[in-house]
Design a protein around this ligand. Sequence first.
Ligand code: FAD
Ligand code: UDP
Length: 398
Amino acid sequence: IHDRMAALLSAAEMRRMAAPVVHMRAASIADTLVVGAGFAGAVMAERLASAGQKVMVVDRRPHLGGNAYDEHDDAGLLVHRYGPHIFHTNSDDVLRYLSRFTAWRPYEHRVLSLTERGLVPMPINRTTLNRMFSLRLADEETTQAFLASLAEEVGEVISARDFVVASVGSRLYEALFRGYTVKQWGVDPSELDRSVTARVPTRTSADDRYFLDRHQCMPAAGYTRMFENMLDHPNIVFMPSTDHADVPRARFRHTVFTGPVDAYFNHRFGALPYRSLIFEHETRDVEFAQPVATINYPALDTPYTRCTEFKHLTGQSHRRTSLCRERSSAEGEPYYPVPNLANQALYKRYEALADQEPDMTFLGRLGTYRYLNMDQVVGQALAAARRLTEGSLARVRA
Ligand code: FAD
Ligand code: UDP
């Protein structure tokens, strides 16, 4: 293995490989370099490898899985190192594809928000309205009429604030959205695109599930195991703890880049803003600490936005329980692109540069600066892989 890797890497690069290499079964030269072993990179690597290409995957982190990486903590509880990841999709294709690499555990996510009225369901549903306004709304029609009485005229719905106030009015906006959004994004909701709060639309039913997608489930043995299965291919070499900057690009015919697009271009037009997070993990000596997986904290005087108890997601039986609180920050690893018009305009300039790069494909949440869920990233990568493999087949035929 070492000899075959040496054909690819200089001595200096080999020294950098002190970190454990998880999978190393590549032939002497790779056709494609994939930067990032999250959903975007892993799907691309698996698809290209299955189409016969030799693929090298690098990630600067010491593990695969990107932000979806999970692991057993000191207490033996399965936790998500980079915050809770709940899988949900309406795409049969995405579910079918991932099902090659994992079995699933059915799981429907539920979230409560801590308000002055106590814990209420999020997104806002009939129960939320009844608790917040001491009502007894019993059907869709009366709930719809009540919501209409709360809704306020805002003109064109542009911002994250507009979206909420236009559908449920100022009181619920203040109680449930404003503080959470200020903490999460570091700006007032009026400075964010409406798509941000449109992720949690109000319902008139009493359905208290966080997502309404047709498929809602968790990888039965965890995300990390699923990623290991995806990259377990004779045509794939995975090198953790390896930055793209340290890999000689000339050795590859094509590069798939799933890191931040502005970093790739050395921030030529200025840095794209990202939100970072601080994850505070904790294990408690009780079997369960929360009634549902996630509790949101919209109050500004609570420093974190939400707290998630992993056992609800994983179904693990254990006498103890592990939780993760999330605090947002402007500094640190980029986790969220910040959706607003100015940032989108700046991204468009980088996208134009990316389009001109021969033999490069930019993908994923950071590579395309989009607030994408896991299933959307998988869909994006599957489509890109189809384009690339069709292109290479066309070249072979020519
Ligand atoms: P990432 O997972 O970020 O992978 C990119 C990888 O590239 C990283 O591992 C990084 O180390 C590597 N990299 C970057 N630059 C370089 C470089 N120069 N050299 C080498 N490697 C590099 N989605 C859902 O569907 N459901 C959820 O419940 C959900 N919850 C989330 C909770 C949090 C706190 C966060 C932050 C995101 C959540 N998401 C959720 C979104 C989900 O994480 C993303 O959609 C998905 O992980 C994106 O995959 P990706 O491959 O694009 O990026
Ligand atoms: N949001 C809020 N209060 C809540 C839940 C969500 O204000 O209780 C807003 C907030 O701006 C958040 C956005 O809606 O960033 C999207 O919420 P989601 O739960 O989808 O965020 P993610 O899981 O992607 O962090």
